[in-house]
Design a protein. Structure first.
Length: 344
């Protein structure tokens, strides 16, 4: 089966074609970063309108790259939630209309399930079960992934997510949107031990996270520095490196603790923050030290994308679980949608 996947949950329009036999055939992605930069963050109405403009041209592009036509599509998958309501509705409307015109089924996909399974699109594929560190946008969670559709929540953030900590700290420092990648780039030149920033809940005894205190500490540090005069480039570099070091250490230690507690020796890292070089290096080193393995999606598939949506649908089909997805109601989209709702 050839499955067309459409992702439109926030500020990226992603379209992909995945075969249940051959894997990923083609994918295309448009980021709205340039459009939202002027506002310092995502404007939902603008995001929705841009999805409308992009989704069909991207679909044509993917079909062309795969050397296929609409008649070759056997199902259309789309992100049904969680996400921005208007943005989700664009993808859902296009997917359901296209599927109706082709007389093929539609498959609603949980955005976070797409991320959880995205490392299976890499060359090295993790075997079940594994622990997953999901660090995507407003989500920071540790999951025990037993098989397709069997997900157990081990811990999650109680306030700000790791991605929000990156972005909000970067904004306080005057870095351009999106803040996370800008802060990580600046951190490459800084001293990660220059500022003594807190590691919230690192020794809490559980697997939950909290990053709001770190953001407050960054603000306090900045105010103290600014009392001494304008911030120097070296101070900005050192503060960026210290922020990144604090976030990575908390994520890394909690992830390793989860792996140990689960009895598994496999760790998967998924979501946009999974592209962070320091986090990748830290977890790779720690898992190798304990004789385990760590898996990441391809860098191009760390952010929101259509490939992970089509792939999640393909895995559901192969496992015979399409009718096992439980949704809050029969609406096309679910801006708030607990991952537990789709667990078996």
């Amino acid at each position: 089966m050839n499955i067309l996947g459409i992702e439109s949950s926030c500020d990226e329009t992603g379209v992909a074609l995945v075969s249940t036999e051959s894997g990923l055939l083609a994918h295309a992605l448009h980021s709205q970063i340039a459009m939202h930069q002027a506002y310092g963050g995502v404007v939902p109405e603008l995001a929705s309108r841009d999805h409308i403009r992009r989704v069909l041209p991207l679909t044509r592009e993917v079909l062309r790259h795969a050397n296929l036509t609409l008649k070759d599509i056997d199902a259309v998958a789309y992100t049904a939630g969680p996400g921005l309501a208007g943005a989700l509705l664009v993808g859902a409307s296009v997917a359901r209309s296209l599927a109706w015109s082709l007389n093929v089924p539609t498959i609603p996909v949980h955005h976070l399930e797409g991320h959880l399974l995205s490392p299976m699109l890499a060359d090295a594929v993790p075997a079940f079960p594994y622990v997953a560190l999901l660090v995507s946008g407003g989500h920071t969670q540790l999951m025990n992934v037993k098989s397709i559709g069997e997900y157990e929540l081990l811990g999650e953030t109680l306030d700000d997510a790791a991605g929000e900590a990156f972005d909000k700290s970067a904004k306080l420092m005057g870095l351009p949107y999106p803040g996370g990648p800008a802060l990580a780039a600046l951190a490459e030149k800084g001293d990660p031990n220059a500022f003594d920033l807190p590691r919230p809940m690192m020794h809490s005894g559980d697997l939950d996270f909290s990053f709001s205190g770190l953001k407050t500490a960054v603000l306090t540090t900045l105010r103290k520095l600014e009392q001494q005069g304008p911030l120097t480039e070296k101070q900005r570099q050192d503060l960026a490196a210290s922020v990144q070091n604090a976030i990575v250490e908390v994520l890394g230690r909690k992830a390793i603790k989860a792996v140990t507690a689960s009895g598994s020796n496999r760790l998967v890292v998924a979501g946009g923050v999974g592209a962070n070089r320091q986090l990748r290096a830290y977890l790779t080193q720690q898992m190798q030290r304990r004789g385990g393995e760590v898996f990441f999606p391809p860098l191009a598939l760390c952010t929101d994308n259509g490939a992970m949506i089509a792939h999640a649908a393909a895995e559901r089909i192969k496992a015979g679980l399409l009718d096992k997805i439980r949704r809050p109601n029969e609406a096309a989209v679910h801006p708030r949608w607990d991952l537990a709702d789709i667990s078996l």
